[in-house]
Design a protein around this ligand. Structure first.
Ligand SMILES: NC(=O)c1ccc[n+]([C@@H]2O[C@H](COP(=O)([O-])OP(=O)(O)OC[C@H]3O[C@@H](n4cnc5c(N)ncnc54)[C@H](OP(=O)(O)O)[C@@H]3O)[C@@H](O)[C@H]2O)c1
Length: 318
């Protein structure tokens, strides 16, 4: 029988891509969603089961765990979060509730006979960002509520890792094609850049904020490796940085989009992050060393411009 996966937060950007990729890879997939009914409908049409639940409540966490039991999930991937730093800053209580997997882990522990590997998606924003290239063992010191709640979530996982083991992936900014099932109701960075360049209107990009953007398709490869024969974290607890191989500023990313789409770079205006009030502190340099992750999982992360050309702006975009 095909392996089964439960994608918690399967209606979000990453969750939709994972759902699509895992179904394509022969998995039986169940997703949970909280509010995005369009994504739930599209997931069902694509062959997944979809269960509505709010993991910030005991009832919702139990419903998610019951679904994991029903399908005999080999892996539970937790993509549920209040994922926008500004919203977390405005409502830290809501951020703590949505970003903590504690209830979900408790509910999974109560499920008889279920031993899925728990994969939790964390963030590069657990690092302070006052220098380049962070390793997993480096100090964590978030500069905003988003990073604080995501770091607390890692502790939840560490303290209550299920018998099947747990893996935390500290993700950098995720890019790829549009959400494949339904809109996620917010602009996506590389699509925003393409739109701005096509209009030719001068648009500012930061030249002093660095990330290691990660191609969304690499998450499905990671899940296959974690759930597969390599047995990463089987019965244990592991934390990995999950970023692409390059340290890029927003200007670097915008120029790569221009090249991939054969558009002029003339509209790209270099600016300091200090010139914009985003309503939330943003760590300047949270580039990461993900080479140990590549070694453990057995594959190389996609390079930014290569993935743009091969998967996002195929044929040079629209
Ligand atoms: N996107 C990035 O660049 C990025 C970078 C680093 C780390 N991450 C992390 O990666 C993960 C996925 O990100 P994403 O971009 O896919 O986020 P997203 O598009 O905002 O999706 C968030 C998902 O969480 C669900 N959700 C929110 N609150 C919930 C709750 N209380 N109970 C149950 N489900 C809830 C949403 O459901 P509804 O939409 O149905 O309400 C949605 O399915 C998050 O943990 C995020 O912190 C993302």
């Amino acid at each position: 029988m095909a392996k089964a996966a439960l994608v918690v937060g399967g209606s979000g950007y990453l969750g939709q891509h994972l759902t699509r990729a895992l179904i394509g890879g022969g998995w039986r997939v169940s997703v949970t969603y909280r509010s995005n009914e369009d994504a739930a409908r599209a997931a069902r049409a694509a062959g997944a089961a979809a269960v509505r639940c709010d993991v910030a409540t005991d009832e919702g966490a139990s419903a998610a765990a019951a679904e994991a039991e029903r399908v005999g999930a080999a892996v539970v991937i937790n993509c549920a979060a209040l994922s926008q730093p500004r919203k977390c800053q405005e409502d830290p209580q809501a951020a703590r509730a949505a970003n903590s997997p504690a209830r979900l882990l408790r509910a999974l522990a109560a499920v008889e006979g279920a031993t899925p590997v728990f994969v939790h998606i964390s963030t590069d924003q657990v690092y302070k960002g006052d220098r380049a290239v962070w390793a997993v063992g480096d100090a964590t010191e978030p500069v905003n509520a988003y990073g604080e709640t995501k770091l607390a979530a890692e502790d939840d996982v560490r303290e209550a890792a299920p018998p099947g083991g747990a893996v935390v992936l500290r993700s950098s900014i995720i890019y790829g094609p549009e959400a494949p099932l339904a809109s996620v109701g917010r602009p996506l960075f590389v699509q925003f850049v393409e739109g701005a360049l096509r209009k030719g209107e001068p648009t500012s990009f930061f030249d002093d904020e660095w990330r290691c953007p990660v191609y969304v398709g690499d998450f499905a490869r990671a899940i296959e490796a974690i759930a597969g024969a390599r047995g990463v974290a089987r019965g244990g607890f592991e934390v990995y940085n999950f970023g692409g191989p390059e340290r890029l500023s927003r200007v670097d990313m915008a120029r790569a989009v221009a090249r991939a789409c054969a558009l002029s770079e003339a509209a790209i205006v270099e600016a300091s992050a200090a010139t914009v009030d985003r309503g939330v502190a943003s760590p300047p340099d949270i580039s990461m060393d993900s080479r140990p992750t590549e070694e453990a999982l057995g594959f190389s992360m996609a390079r930014f411009e290569d993935a743009l050309r091969q998967h996002v702006f195929v044929g040079g975009g629209a």
